[in-house]
Design a protein around this ligand. Structure first.
Ligand code: ZN
Ligand code: ZN
Length: 86
């Protein structure tokens, strides 16, 4: 029987924590993750807006090709990268 990482009671089989600490931990983690995602989203949005304003690629911040990238917010490399990932 393993020992809970947090309270030193016997842990749930297959886990490193007891049921009580698992519940607590996952609730906390969800909260932190949600907060981080929101922060990250705001950061990415702001950075993207700044790059668009500066006439740079939204994704990599690199210079765009005035001909090939006309009307796009991302440079040709990033557009390829993004489409390939889908
Ligand atoms: Zn515990
Ligand atoms: Zn780019």
């Amino acid at each position: 029987m393993k020992i809970c990482h947090d309270c030193a009671k016997s842990s749930k089989p297959g886990y490193s924590r007891c049921q009580k600490c698992l519940d607590l931990h996952s609730a906390q983690e969800r909260k932190y993750r949600k907060r981080d995602i929101e922060k990250y989203r705001i950061f990415m949005k702001r950075r993207g807006d700044e790059r668009i304003d500066a006439g740079l690629c939204r994704s990599c911040g690199g210079l765009k090709d005035p001909d090939a990238d006309e009307g796009y917010v991302d440079c040709v490399n990033c557009r390829l990268r993004l489409t390939r990932r889908i």
